[in-house]
Write a protein that binds this ligand. Structure first.
Ligand code: C5P
Length: 396
């Protein structure tokens, strides 16, 4: 926790008074703390209390009423290692889930670059309400981390789920989160992602619908946890920059193989998420092929299997993970692939699952290991699927 920058967002619920205790715990552990308050939260705890405890000015409005200066929510969003919104009311949850940014806190949320942790707090019926639960699910599905409300006595006098997680529990959660941020430090990860394009002539190619989203989310997840990543990417709309990322853009399977051959020997972990074209045109026409005959035949030849090459050139220290996108008998096909390509683990997804596969932002995976152990996960955002995979690899 030492030296970590924690931005606390406080909204208007009675649990706001507990944030004073949370700040004390975090400061004692050596964290740097800044607070953003919604105007409503100032009725529950004084900004002066939070400014004094955090040893930093508290931001409330888009501009500073004393000196007229603009408060830059973009800078605030860039500042922290984690942004914690606690207590988070039903109203702020709804705004966050739907992109409303009518106060400094919600505007900062939209600009935030760091992981976001939400500790909701409200009365039990508000918490159980379908709209609150729907908003929580949506926020979680998009990579926000939720510390569920705890059971117990509520300010209304009722008893049930709705209490904000105790400050000690929020602090413990953050400590675990920070531990994870370095648990792959020093590890070198090689990733392939996206489709390959196989040239037919100077303007045409054979490609596929892979968006690269899954591979890029895995790269992000490893980077968040301290690893160095070499990402060998086919053509995609995805963008990623990071000091520990080497992004190598390729088009064809042959180019991808060359880059893999160069980087695999020095890697600890290889994850091959690219949708590599199995075949390429035997000949690439030098000029654009003209529309003349009624039928056109293009002869295809087999592309190299990049993952198999990595499997054949794998040491006992290296961990190799492949993907299997199947349309039928997913597990049986994946088992065969795992053996044939000498993998440690295979990520199975099937186009039979709605919301899984190529272009979606969500995916549902099963992990199959060398001992035929299957671990199944729910349908979730690709960011959270990536996190599941990285968590799994931590314990392999
Ligand atoms: O054999 P299949 O294409 O179904 O295997 C999928 C796995 O193999 C994926 O991990 C994919 O990235 C990898 N692969 C590869 N090179 C190929 C074909 C597939 O690396 N030519």
């Amino acid at each position: 926790m030492k030296g970590k920058r924690i931005l606390l967002g406080i909204t208007g619920g009675i649990a706001a008074y507990k944030i004073a205790f949370l700040i004390r715990i975090l400061k004692k552990k050596g964290a740097e703390v800044k607070c953003i308050m919604t105007p409503a939260s100032c009725d529950f705890i004084s900004p002066l209390t939070l400014a004094t405890l955090s040893e930093n000015p508290v931001s409330i409005d888009f501009w500073n009423r004393q000196n007229g200066e603009w408060v830059n929510h973009v800078d605030l969003g860039m500042w922290p290692d984690v942004f914690v919104i606690a207590p988070c009311t039903a109203s702020t949850l709804a705004k966050m889930a739907n992109g409303f940014c009518d106060n400094l806190l919600t505007a900062t949320y939209l600009s935030a670059k760091s992981p976001v942790v939400i500790a909701p707090a409200m009365d039990l019926d508000m918490y159980a309400h379908f709209s609150t639960q729907k908003n929580l699910d949506l926020l979680a599905a998009n990579g926000n981390r939720i510390i569920p409300a705890e059971e117990g006595e509520l300010a209304s006098g009722l008893i049930g789920q709705g209490r904000m997680a105790e400050p000690e529990n929020i602090a413990a959660y953050l400590e675990q989160l920070f531990e994870k941020q370095t648990d792959f430090a020093g590890k070198k990860v090689l990733l392939t992602a996206g489709p390959t394009y196989e040239k037919i002539d100077p303007v045409r190619f054979i490609g596929n619908h892979s968006s690269g989203k899954m591979g890029y989310r895995i790269a992000e997840s490893f980077l968040q946890r301290g690893a160095s990543v070499v990402l060998i990417s086919g053509p995609t709309q995805e963008k990623l920059t990071h000091t520990r990322l080497e992004l190598i853009s390729v088009e064809s399977a042959e180019e991808m193989l060359k880059a893999v051959q160069q980087h695999w020997p020095a890697s600890d972990i290889g994850i091959f998420a690219a949708a590599v074209a199995d075949y390429r045109p035997k000949q690439v026409a030098g000029q654009k092929i003209k529309k003349k005959e009624e039928e056109l035949t293009i002869t295809l030849v087999k592309n190299p299997d990049i993952l198999s090459w990595a499997g054949q050139n794998k040491t006992d220290q290296q961990l190799l993970v492949g993907f299997a996108l199947e349309t039928n008998d997913a597990i049986a096909h994946a088992q065969d692939k795992l053996k044939r390509k000498n993998l440690d683990l295979i990520v199975v997804n099937t186009l039979e699952d709605e919301g899984a596969g190529f272009k979606n932002d969500t995916n549902r995976i099963q992990l199959l290991d060398k001992h035929n152990k299957i671990t199944s996960f729910e349908l979730k955002s690709k960011a959270l699927v990536a996190e599941d995979l990285v968590n799994y690899l931590k314990h392999v």
